[in-house]
Design a protein around this ligand. Sequence first.
Ligand SMILES: NC(=O)c1ccc[n+]([C@@H]2O[C@H](COP(=O)([O-])OP(=O)(O)OC[C@H]3O[C@@H](n4cnc5c(N)ncnc54)[C@H](O)[C@@H]3O)[C@@H](O)[C@H]2O)c1
Length: 473
Amino acid sequence: MRSQARDIVPPNGRDRVSRSMSSNRGGLSTSPSLSMHSPAATFSQLRRMSTALKQLKPFNSKEIKILLLENVNVSGREILEKEGYQVEALKSSLPEDQLIEKIRDVHVIGIRSKTKLTERVLREAKNLYVIGCFCIGTNQVDLKFAAQAGIAVFNSPFSNSRSVAELVIAEIIALARQLGDRSNELHQGTWNKVSAGCWEIRGKTLGIVGYGHIGSQLSVLSEAFGMSVIYYDVQNLMALGTARQVGSLEELLRQADFVTLHVPELPETKNLIGAEQLAQMKTGSYLINNARGSVVDIPALIEAMRSNKIAGAALDVFPNEPGGNGDYFNNELNAWAEDLRSLKNIILTPHIGGSTEEAQSAIGIEVSSALTHFINQGTTLGAVNMPEVNLRSLTLDEPNHVRVIYIHHNVPGVLRKVNAILGDHNVDKQMTDSRGEVAYLMADIRDVKEDQIRDLWAELEGLSSCIRTRVLY
Ligand SMILES: NC(=O)c1ccc[n+]([C@@H]2O[C@H](COP(=O)([O-])OP(=O)(O)OC[C@H]3O[C@@H](n4cnc5c(N)ncnc54)[C@H](O)[C@@H]3O)[C@@H](O)[C@H]2O)c1
């Protein structure tokens, strides 16, 4: 269920501060983890590092036109501009009709979560061959239609893992010390100095459910606070530090003082924590959910908190979330919202786990680098709707080589026909993979004269299996 959204305009002062922090690199230092999680160098930097790499370009379009919508982070825009692409960046999304007008002209579009790239829009995007979602989710794009039209889609699923892990650390301490309640009371003018039911986190047991990108980061951070870490995951995963994997969710719930959830949204994880699991948790323990709203049965949590079984909770995600900012967190959105709001020692946040300047910057770098690799090299590593295909780069020692990319319907007999066309040349390397109804072939062929390229392209385009052919030289 979605309510109509409107933006909350921040007070002028705060707005100025956050802008200056994002535009002034000298302002705040970036996260130390940033360089580890994001591609450290742009494609052009890599090219400079290794002068032997050959700069490929499409034979049939002189310039690459890119449209960036929704105020994509400057880190991403700069990478694309440095590549020499023609970039138009707009601050907002566009209404569908304007979007259709604009998208007809561009080869690449970069969006965040508000722009809907539906089948109707994509049908008009005759020149488009790649979409960058500068965010985590991709459900704003018709991925299947895009793949069938030969349009690859990239996103950035893990750039904000550190931000989420840090938020959980803050929440563990805030819950153990009832910080939210004390702060709210003092905001109302009430001085309420208490120590009963307030704890240090040193020596307590943290139970992490889902030991992936976020869960494992959190494991390391929480040990630095002197916590003992146990985790439960459906996979056998190597423990970091002195953390210990346990054999079942129940085992974790019975031992942990703090339980934090970091699993994906799947049919198996729906209501993973319900009345039965809450009953298995220690009396006076805490529950944190920064994963997805469907993972916790919230009415059961409300009951468990009312009966003092659970001493506190932090929720960043909810089954229904509004489409934008405003006073929407009420029973119209989720039937139990007002009961939840009335509880003590519960931290409620509007899905901000990954919302930091560092994460936005890392997303910009990661998505733009994936786009650049796709445009310049044809590699699809990290694509969400196409098979992942990669070939070693061509070098300057291979001046007459061209790279052929053939996106096609996954039907029998295609390779025979394609290789009959490529077969006049020596095929140095070739890779093909399929995902559902779409297959992706990349081949580097040698001794191709410039005037042969168009014929090669035309022959491949003429095959009935063809979705799109690109030739880079
Ligand atoms: N609050 C936010 O703003 C925010 C930001 C980023 C990610 N997230 C969410 O956090 C969650 C975790 O993200 P991640 O990047 O660490 O994901 P990940 O894919 O790296 O890790 C998920 C882990 O959960 C495990 N898992 C899957 N099903 C399980 C089950 N039934 N029981 C136990 N373990 C199970 C997987 O094996 C994997 O190790 C996701 O739901 C993601 O959508 C939220």
